[in-house]
Design a protein around this ligand. Structure first.
Ligand code: BG6
Length: 463
């Protein structure tokens, strides 16, 4: 362990820390990754000692770590964890934290803000009392603000203290294996690369469907909704990777530039009612901490266009929702049929829960008949245990990248700003038209209006 490097988690007793961050850090220990072994300081208000916290964390790690839990690895891992009790909203307590850092000889800092954004400014003020903090790195979670205005103010606060290059805005979808695979599938295969445009593709559908509802997060979610919680960040990141031009080189900036060009070319729909459907699952208003007359959407489907040479006139359909009949995240590319009556070729990039690629194409029906049928090739990458073993989980990958100073797969401020702008504008248009979220039964496919949105244009969701 490198004692000088310290990874501090503010919000160390929250759900994110237990479910994602600690299991990810444990996996790194289990995989024995060089250079990633830091001291781990858990900051929380609850009355734990390092020992009692380590015991508590053990259960979560056992349950959520990707790699097998073993007593030996956990002992090694937990020795790196130190619990520090303080109230992060009290500026004077950071003096004590500074003393504590001196005692444990912490010099290089990574701060992880695993708390709601309303606490960020207070933590930043407190960190002024910590020697060397402003030269450290900081990792922040989405949502980056609640809208464009709030995001800008948050960004000013962060950039006034930390060097912009040291701010890591995590979007965990960018750590998912099949999201990382999109570029290879696109650019390493002439059979896809050469037809990846509106001339050959009929539509592209990006779906992120969840079975779970809002569970314990009603307080946060009710101020957010599907557009802000999933679309503005995760799904727009995927959209830009699917639609961007090939980056000129491997440098971080080159990919970001191409993604930015896509965001800048997003066209706001002229008639929102014809291009967007919001929904709310039945029973949502009875969820804990949700307003009983809430109009927050738990489902969103949007038809949008990218105004550039490659994509002119071709619709992208993006949908996401909670409490649906299945959990499934995929990017389906539906090609144009070469002849009327023929089924389209379909390439489906399966992101989760199964990771893989499905390809559908036409062949002659075997035997005497000259009819055409579909061949359906289904490659399951995650079905092989060796692949599961060797594929880091999203948080593990991204935290590791941050420790090593690799910024490639983090959201950039200009991307966030532009996507907020778009999402704010479509939300506003929807509200101005007096449109509301359509109710849909829990366990269904979402509101039927979202199916009609595609039917109107001769399309259907690929399931
Ligand atoms: C989070 C959203 O960013 O992503 C949640 O805030 C959502 O509402 C979650 O459930 C989905 O992540 P995953 O990795 O389970 O698809």
């Amino acid at each position: 362990m490198n004692k000088e490097k310290t990874f501090t988690i503010f919000g160390g007793t929250g759900d994110l820390t237990f479910r994602k961050l600690l299991p990810a850090l444990y996996n790194m220990e289990a995989a024995d990754k060089e250079g990633l072994s830091t001291q781990i300081v858990i900051v929380g208000r609850r009355d734990y000692t390092s020992e009692t916290y380590r015991d508590l964390a053990r259960e979560w790690v056992e349950k959520f770590a990707r790699l097998a839990y073993t007593v030996d690895v956990y002992e090694r891992f937990s020795r790196r964890i130190i619990y520090y009790r303080m109230d992060i909203t009290e500026e004077e307590s950071y003096e004590g934290l500074n003393e504590f850092y001196k005692k444990i000889e912490a010099k290089e800092h990574i701060f992880y803000f695993a708390v709601a954004p309303r606490f960020f400014a207070g933590i930043v003020s407190g960190l002024k009392h910590i020697r060397g903090a402003c030269e450290g790195k900081v990792v922040i979670e989405k949502p980056f603000g609640e809208d464009l205005l709030a995001a800008k103010s948050l960004n000013r606060t962060m950039e006034a203290f930390f060097t912009p290059e040291n701010i890591y805005r995590i979007d965990h979808y960018l750590g998912k294996e099949m999201v990382r695979n999109i570029q290879t599938i696109r650019f390493a295969n002439p059979i896809f690369q050469n037809v990846w445009n509106a001339e050959y593709i009929d539509c592209i559908q990006i779906s992120a469907l969840e079975e779970v509802g809002v569970e314990t997060r009603g307080g946060y979610y009710d101020h957010s909704g599907a557009l802000k919680d999933m679309m503005q960040n995760h799904l727009f990141q995927i959209l830009t990777i699917v639609a961007m031009e090939r980056p000129q080189g491997p440098a971080v900036e080159e990919m970001h530039q191409e993604q930015m060009k896509v965001l800048a070319a997003l066209k706001a729909p002229e008639e929102i009612a014809e291009n967007m459907v919001l929904g709310q699952y039945e029973g949502y208003r009875q969820e804990p901490s949700v307003k009983e007359d809430s109009v927050t959407e738990t489902y969103a489907a949007v038809r949008l266009f990218i105004d550039n040479d490659r994509w002119k006139g071709m619709p992208f359909y993006i949908r996401t929702g909670k409490k649906l009949g299945k959990r499934e995240m995929q990017v389906a590319v539906v090609f144009k049929s070469p002849l009327p009556g023929l089924e389209p070729n379909i390439l489906n990039i399966k992101i989760q829960p199964t990771e893989g690629v499905y390809l559908q194409f036409n062949i002659k029906k075997p035997g005497e008949s000259d009819d055409t049928i579909q061949a359906k090739m289904d490659f399951c990458q995650s079905c092989l245990q060796i692949n599961q073993m060797n594929t880091p989980e999203a948080y593990e990958r991204l935290i590791g990248a941050c420790i090593l100073g690799n910024r490639a797969w983090f959201s950039q401020w200009d991307q966030i700003e532009t996507s907020w702008n778009y999402v704010d504008s479509i939300r506003k248009m929807y509200a101005e038209r007096g449109l509301l979220a359509y109710p849909y039964p829990a366990g269904s496919n979402g509101p039927v209006e979202a199916d009609r949105l595609l039917e109107k244009y001769g399309h259907a969701w690929f399931d």
